[in-house]
Design a protein around this ligand. Sequence first.
Ligand SMILES: Nc1ncnc2c1ncn2[C@@H]1O[C@H](COP(=O)(O)OP(=O)(O)O)[C@@H](O)[C@H]1O
Ligand SMILES: [Mg+2]
Length: 330
Amino acid sequence: MHPKMLAIEAADILGVSVQAIHKQLKSKKLAYNKLRNRVYFEYETAIKMFAPYKQPCKVVVFVLVKGGVGKSTLCRETAIRATLMGKKVLVIEIDHQGNLTKSFGINANDYPVLIDLLDDSLIKITNSTVNVLPGLDILPSRYDNSVLDNFIMLKQVPLQKVLKSKVDPLRSAYDLILIDCPPSLGQSISAAVLTSDMVVLPTTPCDFSDSGIDITVNEINRMCNDHDMPKIPMKIILNQFDNREKDSRDTYSDLIKHHQYGEMMFSGYIRKCKEIEKYRRRKSTVFDSTASTAGREDIDTFTRELLEMHNLKSNHIVSHFTNPEMIKGY
Ligand SMILES: Nc1ncnc2c1ncn2[C@@H]1O[C@H](COP(=O)(O)OP(=O)(O)O)[C@@H](O)[C@H]1O
Ligand SMILES: [Mg+2]
């Protein structure tokens, strides 16, 4: 895998001209390449290009009680896209099916997984992550994680501490930590939610009563209440959107008009895109190619919004970054 950030995309993110990006690449002697006349760069250059936009680490959990809505897909593609914005990313898979782990070509039998870390305090999470790409590590998962819920319940480990105590020490080593959950609402998912700064609920076009959003949102709110915790921000992303299908248009319109969910929506949606499926099968990513695809565009927009890098030109956002002085250089 060689995920690529196009110069033209970097220009859009940073709110500068493509010529300004080319100038930066040359004047700072940053590594870049050309494919079909399109200039692109990879993680090492991205770190330098986006250095002024360093933010505190954010832990985001992908949850929905329903399967097949794109939790693992969005987790994976967002993680890869974030590395191309210079972020050091960790993905923690707690789904025992290990789909995300396998999609990176990793055999989880070779490594410790979350249940091993909980069961044996001598196994450290820092020694258990596997590097899959420049800037991207994963804590893999396998079927042994299917007993996580029972383990947490039987050992009576406090839910708000069980995962948090493992993840919090990693915040200084990563810019972004994404947790991919199985399609349920058991103890391990509660532990993941109570560890996170934000919950992302992916959903697909369908009859609203069948979306799984109601039960997931209610359960997360109840859990925060029970643990005397402030409400964790939750955001909904509509995935597999197809403008030609009535179901898609109706679901999107129902969601943005919804009295509770309207304001929880990401500003866009992720279109149904055959390249997403094609690249996943090849254990690759939509960002490997330099071609413009719906998947590439939409995941880019989604990642930028998630990282609050969607409007870097606006003063509001710029004021949040640690070193706004450097931004003036563009
Ligand atoms: N936007 C999309 N366009 C096309 N296929 C998609 C898209 N999002 C997900 N998929 C496909 O849908 C299937 C289910 O996605 P997955 O991420 O495994 O869901 P979940 O993790 O919620 O169970 C996978 O085969 C994936 O490749
Ligand atoms: Mg999944």
